[in-house]
Ligand binder design. Structure first.
Ligand code: GCB
Length: 609
């Protein structure tokens, strides 16, 4: 008897499932359009501002009722409205939803989203004036982590990766009034992602960077590359890529200040003898450059420099340079924190670096926003640019590799004309000997060199002891492949107490420049006490003093340092209540911008370099 009741219930449950409306799956992966160079220099509409936003923990707006989640046509991309027609069963309404600021992370805008990891749907309405004979692109400077975008009910495509730009062509899809742009952003961490599930920074979610509707002519300049020829720096060399049909003879590059009007050959390349003033930290000279075709023209500011190594020296414009650096995460320099954006944030942060005496910043551990790179370029600050291949990536997964490679390509694609970027880094502290790791990282380094032969290629490696007191780079395979030996070390913090620095010396197996890409220790601003108490400003200052003395003993092979880190930054790994409170405290300034004692110590050391 009991059995038959259960059976009856099961059958009725099945049949009620079957009565749910049939829903068509959508192709969420039509792809994105290739990058467009220098979008901010083009005409268009900036879509920044308040966007309506719905939090969707269970992905209700996206998937069918089936067990296997299949994105369906009837999803929230349709932008339906309960209030417009209450006779319909519609369980969402973007017009009624609260808003979030774009650009911006959601974590610092709504207290209940502080630790949120999941999906938020954004909706922005806009009017525009689409013209015949023009092309239109929706360009996202960055959104973390997975984005699916839809316009006027149609899904445009999907993008993965939190820190690189992407765009979708929307020519023919725009209306004059009331366009509905819907963007689903999901920041859940997954083992196959880049970065993977465990990393020491806050997993800020959302449309963290600006969004633009970009207008171009039918045939437009999609990309250009302009710089000194690394083979012979008496020449300016480059290439121009045109998208669409164009009279090949009409393409040129002009640099009025140098009296140059350079014709571009049929294959898109150009090369001309010229000796522009070199860009350098002392004189960050940028030239106005105009790239034109018969249909399009675009203006940019370009600096000219060479960067190379010779033995254990780094040469900028042919002369040895010591990289006086500091590491930086992309967080706001003031206020409630969260992801930084815009030139003002960049300038405040970089002014602290300048005050320290820096000529170099390591932008960790992912590509920072374009304003940061451009502001640093104007201020004469060299940049280490990195992709988030961090710690334990899924080395043998081809999907993970393709993702890392795409992030590298998009990073180089966006910034290859920024002369202040001197190093492309493909990874940070990855475990030596992990199966597949060597092929993965060698592949990325080869890719970086293939895409851009005018810069150095590196990765932040780790250290090991050969004896109790003799330390070295613990990464023969990457050291061999990279242009520089760059490594992180934490003598005095994770590795003993600061006194240990007094008896550690360093040796390196190859005659390449060595950069210490991290060292440091935590201190809470205003927390004072004995200098052997962790987290006091006194401890951090002593750690710096003794570390710097130890690094000086490396001698001429030391080509640069980038201590960890300029400013305290949020990390869920930092749980010490009263001191850390969700902040990694290794900053030389607090999250409010207050300078700790060790700031002065590093400043004095850099003044003597
Ligand atoms: C490291 C990592 C960095 C961490 C830092 C720390 O080695 O590269 O991302 O935040 O140590 O503070 O532990």
């Amino acid at each position: 008897m009991k059995k038959s009741i259960i059976l009856f219930l099961a059958i009725s449950a099945l049949s009620s499932c079957a009565q749910k409306p049939q829903q068509e799956p959508i192709d969420i992966n039509p792809g994105t359009y290739p990058q467009i160079g220098h979008v901010t220099g083009r005409t268009g509409i900036c879509l920044d501002g308040q966007w309506n936003a719905l939090v969707d923990i269970y992905e209700t707006g996206y998937y069918s009722y089936r067990r296997t989640p299949i994105p369906v046509e009837s999803s929230w991309f349709k932008d339906r409205s309960y209030y417009a027609d209450p006779t319909q069963l519609i369980e969402y309404d973007f017009d009624a939803a609260p808003t979030l600021q774009v650009p911006g992370d959601w974590n610092t805008q709504r207290p209940e989203l502080y630790m949120y990891e999941g999906t938020v749907w954004y909706r922005r309405k806009f009017d525009c004036n689409p013209e015949e004979g023009k092309r239109y692109f929706l360009y996202f400077e960055g959104a973390n982590y997975e984005t699916v975008a839809g316009l006027n009910g149609e899904v445009l495509g999907r993008h993965e990766g939190g820190f690189t730009p992407f765009c979708f062509e929307v020519t023919g899809k725009l209306k004059e009034k009331d366009n509905s742009l819907i963007v689903k952003v999901d920041n859940r961490r997954r083992p196959e992602n880049v970065p993977t599930v465990n990393f020491d920074w806050w997993n800020y979610g959302g449309i963290t960077r600006s969004v633009h509707l970009v207008e171009t002519p039918e045939s437009f300049i999609r990309d250009y590359s302009i710089g000194l020829d690394p083979e012979d720096p008496d020449y300016i060399k480059g290439s121009v890529t045109i998208d669409g049909a164009c009279d090949p003879g009409s393409v040129s590059v002009s640099i009025p200040e140098l009296d140059l009007l350079i014709p571009v050959a049929q294959d898109g390349s150009f090369r001309v003898k010229s000796s522009p003033e070199r860009w350098s930290p002392e004189s960050p000279k940028l030239y106005k450059v105009c790239v034109s075709s018969s249909a399009d023209s675009i203006t940019d500011s370009i600096g000219f420099r060479t960067i190379e190594t010779a033995g254990h020296q780094i040469l900028l414009n042919g002369k040895p340079v010591f990289l006086k650096g500091i590491c930086i995460h992309e967080e706001k320099p003031s206020g409630s924190g969260g992801r930084a954006s815009g030139a003002d944030d960049a300038r405040i942060t970089l002014n602290w670096a300048k005050e320290l005496g820096c000529n170099f910043v390591r932008l960790a551990h992912y590509p920072h926003n374009e304003d940061m790179i451009r502001t640093a370029e104007q201020m004469g600050i060299m940049v280490w640019s990195e992709i988030p291949v961090y710690w334990t990536i899924d080395w043998t997964n081809p999907v993970t590799y393709a993702n890392a490679c795409a992030q590298l390509e998009d990073n180089i694609g966006r910034d290859h004309n920024r002369c202040n970027i001197i190093i492309w880094s493909v990874a940070n502290e990855t475990p030596v000997g992990a199966p597949g790791r060597k092929e993965f990282l060698y592949g990325l380094m080869d890719k970086a060199r293939e895409l851009d032969g005018s810069r150095l290629v590196a990765a932040a490696m780790e250290k090991a002891y050969l004896t109790d007191s003799l330390a070295t780079i613990n990464d023969a395979e990457l050291f061999e492949k990279a242009d520089v030996g760059s490594f992180n070390q934490y003598v005095g913090w994770y590795d003993g107490t600061p006194e240990k620095c007094n008896h550690v010396s360093w040796t390196f197996s190859l005659d390449k420049p060595v950069i210490v890409t991290e060292f440091g220790g935590g201190a809470k601003y205003g927390y004072h006490g004995p200098d052997d108490w962790r987290f006091t400003e006194e401890y951090q200052q002593r750690l710096y003093t003794l570390n710097l003395a130890m690094l000086d003993r490396i001698g001429p092979q030391l080509a640069g340092t980038a201590p960890w880190i300029l400013k305290d930054f949020r990390s869920p790994k930092r749980a010490l209540t009263g001191i850390q409170d969700d902040y990694n405290r290794k900053g030389l300034v607090s999250e409010k911008g207050e300078k700790k004692a060790a700031f002065q110590t590093l400043k004095e050391w850099y003044a003597g370099k």
